[in-house]
Design a protein around this ligand. Structure first.
Ligand SMILES: Cc1cc2nc3c(=O)[nH]c(=O)nc-3n(C[C@H](O)[C@H](O)[C@H](O)COP(=O)(O)OP(=O)(O)OC[C@H]3O[C@@H](n4cnc5c(N)ncnc54)[C@H](O)[C@@H]3O)c2cc1C
Length: 393
């Protein structure tokens, strides 16, 4: 009998897990080949649609849209002989061996959770009602764009907050800086930048803080409200603790990241910050053969600077794939992962490679410049290659 693996979610973490778990073979033969040599019966529970989040900020310049960031992942799964279950997981029981969905239940020998982030929407009152976030996907970004396009002038606030309870950067900082720079670019292209005031706020930045990203904002005349956290988002603005109101016609805001609320009632161990609590092997603490990676999962002793990123999801899922293979073959897990922050800040007329790593290794052997407009093309090429891989390989 083949061992059963259940994967929950069809985002970066799950797709990277599949990539590292299965031996790569190429189209056409794949389906038949995998049926014959498959070591595991794999089922994936998700919605069948992959979102390429890193391109969502480019909705602001009109270079990307809903169609370009979404990919039907079902053919990718079929080519790999993975059973797709179109459903939503609501609980995990029996020490991880049983997954409950809205429409059924599924047993497994090993479970992987790649369910992505949840956001602390209730942290600042009014967040849901009066702000937009690129982190909520293309539909919400379309709404932000519709509102932006209806404005001929105004005040726009852009900001983020980090959930620091698990000791790393559980929030979207770089992505929000990117949105601010792209907004400046788009308004300049339309010739209306002087009619708009752009504010950048975050309680996680100290007033007067300097650095290369801050320089990019200042070069663009973006007003820095570092250290600022509104007490409430209200219609037409942001309310301060003392009751005073800052006028805002549009707010783009990313709250801190946590884990899904249903985890709290399940058998899954949850960290103080609400993430799935995993060890350095990606194993959910206290459970056998249950793993997690990506934005839903915490880290064991992380460096303070490490963020949730697609890139980190890749490194973590790579280790989990090896460890899952080992535990299913009665071996102890040994694979751990590096910590690396690596992303290109696309400003359309400029690009910056943000990078930090736990072993001081440079990105891509330093073959790319750290600051150049050319990096915008590099970022787009990464996206094209990844989508090509998902669609055809
Ligand atoms: C605007 C923006 C820009 C970004 N830019 C970059 C960048 O430039 N570089 C970079 O490295 N990272 C970037 N990121 C971060 C990156 O997108 C995330 O780190 C990455 O998506 C995390 O992958 P994941 O698989 O953990 O989560 P996701 O990609 O969010 O996938 C989660 C999956 O789980 C599914 N799911 C959730 N709950 C359930 C459930 N209960 N049952 C079944 N399925 C479920 C979802 O439908 C989804 O398929 C960006 C993020 C945003 C929002």
């Amino acid at each position: 009998m083949r061992k059963k693996i259940t994967i929950v979610g069809n985002g970066f973490a799950s797709l990277f897990l599949i990539q590292y778990l299965l031996f790569p073979v190429y189209p056409f033969f794949t389906f038949f080949f995998r049926k014959i040599i498959a070591r595991y019966d794999i089922a994936l529970i998700g919605n069948g649609v992959f979102t390429y989040f890193p391109s969502i900020p480019e909705f602001i310049t009109g270079k990307k849209n809903k169609k370009s960031v979404l990919t039907d992942i079902r053919p990718f799964l079929r080519r790999r002989n993975i059973k797709f279950i179109n459903d939503v997981v609501v609980d995990v029981q029996n020490d991880g061996r049983k997954v409950i969905t809205k429409n059924g239940s599924y047993e497994n020998d090993a479970l992987f959770l790649g369910i992505g982030p949840a956001f602390l929407d209730n942290d600042i009152p009014g967040t849901k009602a009066h702000t937009y976030s690129p982190c909520h996907g293309p539909d919400e970004m379309d709404k932000f764009m519709a509102k932006l396009e209806s404005m001929t002038s105004g005040i726009i606030y852009i900001g983020f907050k980090i959930n620091k309870q698990d000791g790393f950067v559980a929030g979207r900082a770089g992505q929000i800086y990117e949105c601010a720079c792209l907004l400046d670019f788009a308004l300049k292209e339309k010739g209306v930048r002087d009619k708009f005031e752009i504010h950048f706020f975050s309680p996680n930045r100290k007033p007067g803080e300097t650095g290369s990203i801050t320089d990019r904002l200042q070069e663009r005349g973006i007003i820095l409200d570092y250290g600022y956290e509104p007490a409430e988002f209200i219609k037409g603005g942001l309310k301060d603790k003392d009751g005073s109101i800052r006028k805002a016609d549009l707010v783009l805001y990313s709250p801190g990241i946590t884990g899904a609320s249903w985890l709290q009632q399940s058998c899954i161990t949850v960290s103080p910050g609400g993430h799935v609590d995993v060890d350095k092997y990606g194993r959910v603490k206290g459970l056998l053969n249950v793993f997690a990676a990506g934005d839903c999962a915490s880290h064991e002793n992380p460096p303070q600077w490490v963020p949730h990123q697609a890139h980190m999801a890749q490194l973590r899922s790579q280790a989990v794939a090896k460890n899952m293979n080992d535990v299913l073959n009665n071996k102890e897990p040994v694979a751990t992962y590096r910590y690396e922050l690596s992303c290109i800040l696309n400003m359309e007329n400029d690009g910056m490679w943000m990078h930090m790593s736990s072993d001081n290794k440079p990105p891509f052997w330093n073959i790319f410049p750290r600051r150049s407009k050319f990096l915008v093309k590099v970022k787009n090429s990464f996206e094209k290659l990844y989508i090509l891989y998902l669609r055809f390989f």
